[in-house]
Write a protein that binds this ligand. Structure first.
Ligand code: SF4
Ligand code: SF4
Length: 232
């Protein structure tokens, strides 16, 4: 009697071996119970998960480049001349670290220097969303949906902002506008804007922003290595 393989087998190297049913052109394995995928990751037992490409999220996102999340990006000491040579506006920050102002002039729908030398923060910063995606804890479509929701909230917030406001409206600018509503009447008149700013900030904190360190100015979150957990 010949032995028929009725399940997919996983080799030590993590590669799938096709069972005879599949080789014979049948639509599925005769014993699908043995091939149960991890319901969270959709990955078969023994298989290595695919390595996600962060560009899947960052290219359609750009929220840490266009001023949506941060008002400035921190430079490493000594990077100022290089940053200025790229046309970035270098400024000192409260923490006496050099930084360049956002929105970044090199952001044109996406980073125009993605594959060229950039300040170290550009390749080093990873928001919560990107870290989750790179750790295979988030599906690509779910990540893109978070970005779409953030952009939708931001657009609504921009439509309620007081002129003149630069669009897309950054979180720092929205908070500044709320802060400048000095009296009760002004606050009452812009209650929708105040409420949405609070919701938007919570959304960004949940999905994108790392908690500021004690040494960091709370009102102006910076984009820098200090904000970034160690890369695995
Ligand atoms: S690091 Fe985060 S905020 Fe920045 S572009 Fe990528 S997904 Fe967007
Ligand atoms: S150089 Fe590119 S990655 Fe860096 S802030 Fe500007 S647009 Fe973003």
């Amino acid at each position: 009697m010949s032995f028929i393989i009725t399940e997919k087998r996983i080799s030590k190297g993590g590669n799938l071996q096709k069972c005879e049913a599949v080789r014979a052109g049948k639509p599925s394995c005769a014993n699908p119970k043995r091939l149960r995928k991890n319901p969270k990751t959709g990955i078969l037992p023994g298989m290595n998960p695919p390595t996600p490409n962060g560009s899947d999220l960052c290219i359609p996102c750009g929220m840490c480049c266009d001023g949506s999340l941060f008002a400035h990006a921190v430079l490493r000491p000594g990077e100022e001349p290089f940053a200025e040579s790229l046309g970035l506006r270098v400024v000192p920050t409260g923490a006496s670290q050099p930084a360049f102002l956002l929105p970044c002039p090199l952001f044109q729908g996406a980073c125009s220097r993605y594959d060229q030398p950039r300040p170290s923060v550009c390749g080093g910063f990873r928001c919560k969303l990107l870290v989750k995606y790179e750790q295979n804890a988030l599906e690509k479509e779910a990540g893109l949906e978070v970005i779409r929701r953030a952009r939708a909230m931001q657009a609504t917030l921009g439509s309620l902002a007081l002129p003149p406001a630069q669009l897309p409206l950054g979180l720092a600018e929205a908070k500044k506008q709320v802060h400048n509503l000095a009296n009760v009447e002004a606050r009452r008149a812009h209650l929708g804007f105040i409420t949405l700013t609070a919701q938007y900030q919570m959304f960004l904190r949940k999905h994108f922003l790392w908690a500021p360190r004690k040494t960091q100015a709370k009102e102006l979150p910076s984009m820098g290595e200090n904000d970034t957990p160690a890369k695995e």
